[in-house]
Design a protein around this ligand. Sequence first.
Ligand SMILES: Nc1ncnc2c1ncn2[C@@H]1O[C@H](COP(=O)(O)OP(=O)(O)OP(=O)(O)O)[C@@H](O)[C@H]1O
Ligand SMILES: [Mg+2]
Length: 239
Amino acid sequence: MCEITAVVSGKGGSGKTMFASNLACVLAMEGKRVLLIDMNTGLRNLDICMGVENQVIFDLADVINGVCSISKALIPDRRFEALYLLSASQNYDKAKIRAAHMKKLCDMLTDRFDHIIIDTPGGLGDAWQAAVAPANRAVIVVTQEFSAVRCSDTVDMKLRENGITKRYAVVNKVKSEYSISGYFPSLPEISESLRIQLAGIIQDDINIHIAMNNGVPVVCKADSYICKNFEKICARIFD
Ligand SMILES: Nc1ncnc2c1ncn2[C@@H]1O[C@H](COP(=O)(O)OP(=O)(O)OP(=O)(O)O)[C@@H](O)[C@H]1O
Ligand SMILES: [Mg+2]
């Protein structure tokens, strides 16, 4: 069965794209057939993080508008044979993508992939609703800030309304000095307020930032502590 996972957050810039790209690579390393879908219409950046920005000829909007077949829009990853990206359109007006489009598209792809990972846009508007519509799982990426925790709780409620029962949280950009200062929510506090399983924490690490900027998801450096951490998070989400 194809697992369709939406990577979401309440607050922008929390690390959704970072998490989606690395999760997809970890699954691909495990031999899974993986499709990453960028739903950030007009603000796409997953292509840069995956290092395929020069290969985007057709995008999700072209598929929805019937300009090309799905296969033509799937961009193969250069590191993992069974990993593909379906890029968002950079043209905001090109397609109004609705929940029904996304459900139909994913239905047509479930035989070809073991996992579809959807990088969702910020906010809770129509684009977000369309992005989460086909998902049966969701990962909320939250940072160690009170505002982020409250936004995440609202997002969790929306996920529940959308019938997504398998919901996990990941705390990103964690700094040990934040945790001990008392000025920021502690990890147990975050876990308790979200009322869903905490699948792991990810340190604030310059290597993650550098990797994102250079088109090489950080987990591609196998055996690093970051890669091992991602493997464990992935196991908690899918096992
Ligand atoms: N654990 C981390 N350590 C260091 N930098 C990080 C980490 N996670 C993400 N970043 C950096 O934070 C910034 C925001 O990350 P990212 O683009 O993944 O967030 P986002 O939630 O997808 O944002 P948006 O809401 O704009 O789509 C990026 O510059 C990224 O490199
Ligand atoms: Mg993003």
